[in-house]
Design a protein around this ligand. Structure first.
Ligand code: DON
Length: 348
């Protein structure tokens, strides 16, 4: 690494200048102090509202943090791409996507709709258009409904139901938290029990979503619904800080290999599919706008955290708990917009 740095062969050759520019954007974005804290989970509404942190970690392992970067927060929905990547790595894309789609939902994160029979509806309209004989639907094998994608609640609950589901709940949680430790390397990973309890207490919508999905046979066989929901709430309550979250994001930027210790956490294909979904579905109802204006895979959570992945370059983590109406961190989104104005990181 030192030789590469001396020869200016690092992925960001002029690190000092880059760090200076990032620091300026960080201070500029601090001024955006509108937005509300998530109140539907009481514990999340009690954090210092004006915390602001940012960290970067490149695929060469160069790192820098600004602001409250060691303050802990819960992963919340930022856990979703990581759970998806781990289940993908474990059981493969076919088995996983038998239960969950890949379409942006165009709806809020806790929406209750499922993506159903869209193929049949499209075939039917083509039949009408082309005046073809009716398309026979095999009645014994109706196409199952699926949640739109793994990054909204419905999809993430289904992904949790697939996570090491032949083992006891405690082992499933252990698997997840150990995997998070592999994503961060020597960084901080903890668990916030009061957020977990508070989350479980206020989860009527997630229960409703899950019963609805069970009615429509979305889940795998032998489902224990309460275990699945508990695991989902526990994963949302896994804690980290901005400094460590940047390494998790950098592992996704680096094809699934942690850049700090060279350890592979998930396979290449799992990493690629995770980034594709983050690109199209990572920012809830703002995903289309974000893909258009920023052009990078990202994921936000209601605690106010957010990751941005610049593939083959770096991971960026942001934390500011004030959220916009769609549930994305206000400063995080502003930062992303300013980043691509300054640097040409937009995919296209
Ligand atoms: O399912 C829930 O309600 C949350 N604990 C996770 C939500 C989340 O972070 C969605 N975010 N914007």
């Amino acid at each position: 690494v030192v030789t590469k740095a001396l020869k200016k062969q690092m992925i960001i050759p002029d690190w000092e200048r880059f760090v200076g520019d990032m620091g300026e954007i960080f201070e500029d974005v601090r001024g955006f102090n509108e937005g509300e804290l998530a109140t539907y989970i009481p514990q999340l509404s009690r954090v210092p509202p004006d915390s602001w942190a940012m960290s970067v970690c490149t695929i060469d392992g160069q790192r820098k943090s600004w602001g409250d970067s060691l303050n802990p927060f819960c992963l919340q929905s930022v856990s979703k791409p990581f759970t998806y990547a781990l289940v993908h790595d474990d059981i493969g894309p076919e088995a996983l996507h038998a239960h969950v789609g890949q379409e942006p939902s165009g709806r809020l994160f806790n929406d209750i709709s499922l993506d159903h029979n869209s193929f049949l509806e499209v075939s039917k309209s083509y039949e009408r258009l082309l005046d073809l004989p009716s398309f026979e639907v095999p009645r014994t094998n109706p196409r199952p409904k699926k949640p739109h994608n793994p990054l909204i609640n419905a999809g993430a609950i289904v992904v949790a139901s697939l996570l090491k589901n032949k083992t006891p709940l405690a082992d499933r949680f252990d698997f997840m938290i150990h995997a998070c430790r592999k994503f961060v390397g020597s960084g901080y990973i903890g668990f916030n029990n009061s957020v977990f309890l508070s989350e479980r207490e206020t989860a009527d919508r997630n229960y409703a979503l899950s019963y609805y999905m069970r009615e429509h046979n979305v889940f795998p066989k032998d489902l224990n619904l309460q275990d699945t929901l508990d695991l989902y709430f526990q994963i949302c309550s896994i804690e980290t800080n901005c400094d460590s979250l940047a390494v998790m994001a950098a592992t996704l930027a680096n094809g699934g290999v942690n850049p700090m210790n060279g350890e592979r956490v998930v396979n290449n294909r799992a990493c690629r599919d995770t980034l594709s979904l983050m690109y199209s579905c990572g920012m809830y109802d703002w995903s289309g706008q974000f893909a258009f204006h920023v052009g990078l895979p990202a994921k936000s959570g209601v605690s106010g955290d957010m990751i941005i992945v610049i593939p083959n370059v770096m991971g960026i983590a942001l934390y500011s708990p004030r959220l916009d109406k769609l549930g994305n961190t206000v400063r995080g989104v502003k930062f992303a917009e300013q980043l691509v104005q300054k640097y040409n990181f937009h995919n296209y």
